[in-house]
Design a protein around this ligand. Sequence first.
Ligand SMILES: Cc1cc2nc3c(=O)[nH]c(=O)nc-3n(C[C@H](O)[C@H](O)[C@H](O)COP(=O)(O)O)c2cc1C
Length: 295
Amino acid sequence: MLNFFKKKPHDNWAESPMHDNWYQSSAYFLSSFALITTVSEKGITTIGPYQLSFPFGVINRREWIVISRRGSNTSTHLKRVKKCAMNWVEYDHSKIKPIVDLGYPGQEPEDKMKDCPFELEETPTIAYRADPDRPKVIKNAFQVCECELNDNPEDFYYKGTEDTEYLLLKINHIFLREQWRKNLDLGDDMKIPNMPITFGFRNANQFWFAKHKKAFWLPTPEGKGAQHDAVMYIANRIDTEVTFTENACKQLTGIPKVFVKTALKGIIAEAKKQGITEINQSFVEMINQKRSGAS
Ligand SMILES: Cc1cc2nc3c(=O)[nH]c(=O)nc-3n(C[C@H](O)[C@H](O)[C@H](O)COP(=O)(O)O)c2cc1C
């Protein structure tokens, strides 16, 4: 028995039976979780914890997919008013038990919010404040996505099952607390928020959580894959009003890494001066010619 968890170099494979909720009963899966705020029929903002919240539309469409048990408060409210806010908090041990309490099914919105230690505040989107269907957000959150339900059947093909609903959520706004917004631009000095992680519901009566250690980073491999991809990644994250085409980025692969951002910012400034919103190959060629004194 003592040797049960002792690592053997080549432990045998043992097939795990596929139970319902297989990701927490037949296997191991860890992730962050969102605290989703929605407004009840009586106008009360209520909170539901959801581990199964994943980025879905990630390039031109910005969406989350949330997988919920059918009939949860969150899905009922979302289907009624189509609006929610997804809140993420940093690790605070004193808040883990209250999160489990908020995740206990079958509670009426007013009852579950009675003992809730999370303070709520008005939406950061000024234009939403007069809308009674827009939920409040969690004061302690470091990140909030305000969303609306995308229930266009052409956008999402899977209607769910008798027990499960798939909520496709279009992101209207992403808000970060100022320090975390600034942090995104810090490059090497960037920090990662201390987000709690969960392994979900296990053994019939346990909800498992974990705390992560300090995050670290490694440089991306040099000389592997298409060089312009790396340039394009940086280029299209500098200014939301100006985008670079793939061919434009192919012209920029020779710039030493440390100067890439500065060079791109220079090109964007020039484009903006000329009222250009999409930087293509010929625009970059024109700038290159100008800089090399050829024109
Ligand atoms: C950390 C945590 C993660 C959870 N993740 C999910 C999930 O991804 N999907 C789900 O249907 N229920 C999940 N639950 C259970 C729901 O929170 C529970 O169904 C709750 O009733 C939802 O609240 P609501 O009815 O106010 O929406 C989770 C519970 C906890 C504590």
